[in-house]
Design a protein around this ligand. Structure first.
Ligand code: NAD
Ligand code: FES
Length: 281
């Protein structure tokens, strides 16, 4: 059993929780995920790790209430316990785990979308700790759904917030902002990391391919059980078949068949996932 140490509703229906899980915290690295199971009969929820504190033994998760399981999770309070908290799973982000010598001088831009903004944070934080400055673009529906702005202000060199409705920051999609940075504001990036809804990652990938800008994405949204058993997260990467939960979750975006992955996502998804897909469309 894993104790909820801190719970906070960041914005409507998006919650942050610090979970006491010393073994996970000790071994976690940016880019990895955990499987959360609220109770004996609950669905397995794969969530990308949003922060960890090795000394306190806590791991931070951020989730949106979409179906029964995430609603059950959100109903728990500080001091309550979660049945299972398994991890860290998947591979750490190769970008942030790279050596300082290799990273030095690289111009990196992170593109974070919606709830996917939270898992970008530990990556940018670790790069900052290594002395590597990066730019961050956050895209969200409106000012009222923006998360982690303060946190990114502490760790990003430049933070560019965009809202779909123009209620805060730049009005437009993350792809519009990225294009503007590269075409009008003289940014010449060497690497892009995009984490958010599948549709966003698909269009970021399409844009960056046209600039020959190497791009990494995290395929957490197509996972169901996170164990390599259900087959839901099968994805074609170049000429190879991969499983996001075992071989990823991060892959070279320009090698991914996004349309196939998104078709499979809609076939396999649980109640949580189906609602997420409907929200993206
Ligand atoms: P959202 O629908 O608010 O989209 C976030 C941003 O993505 C938008 O503001 C926009 O800038 C951009 N975007 C959306 N459609 C686009 C398009 N067609 N072209 C270019 N840019 C586009 O996001 P949300 O509702 O918070 O997203 C929830 C999704 O995030 C869930 O499906 C969840 O699976 C996913 N998620 C992904 C990860 C990951 O590791 N990749 C982690 C957590 C959550
Ligand atoms: Fe089931 Fe990867 S999520 S096999």
């Amino acid at each position: 059993m894993y104790k909820i140490i801190r719970k906070k509703e960041l914005v409507s229906q998006i919650y942050l929780m610090d979970i006491e899980a010393p073994r996970v915290a000790k071994n976690a690295n940016p880019g990895q995920f955990v499987i959360v199971k609220v109770d004996e009969v609950g669905e397995r929820i794969p969530l990308t790790i949003c922060d960890y504190h090795r000394e306190e033994g806590t791991v931070t998760i951020v989730f949106q209430t979409l179906g029964m399981s995430t609603k059950k999770l959100a109903a728990l309070e500080e001091g309550d316990y979660i049945r299972d908290f398994v991890g860290p799973l998947g591979n750490p982000s190769e970008v942030v785990m790279d050596s300082v010598e290799h990273l030095a001088g690289k111009k990196i831009v992170f593109v974070a979308g919606g709830v996917g903004t939270a898992p970008v944070y530990p990556q940018v934080k670790m790069l900052k700790e290594k002395g590597i400055d990066v730019d961050v673009i956050i895209g969200t529906k409106s000012k009222s759904t923006l998360i982690f702005e303060e946190e990114f202000n502490q760790v990003a060199k430049n933070l560019y917030v965009c809202t779909d409705d123009g209620s805060y920051g730049f009005q437009g999609l993350v792809t519009d902002r990225l294009k503007k940075l590269m075409e009008e504001e003289g940014k010449a990036y060497d690497l892009c990391v995009a984490i958010g809804p599948m549709i966003m990652m698909k269009f970021v990938s399409r844009l960056t391919a046209s600039y020959k800008l190497k791009t990494i994405v995290s395929l957490n949204p197509i996972m169901v059980d996170g164990t390599g058993m259900c087959g839901a997260c099968r994805v074609t990467v170049g000429s190879e078949v991969k499983f996001a939960c075992v071989d990823g979750p991060e892959f070279d975006a320009h090698l991914i068949d996004f349309d196939e992955a998104m078709r499979r996502q809609s076939m396999f998804k649980t109640a949580e996932g189906k609602k997420a897909i409907q929200m993206e469309q």
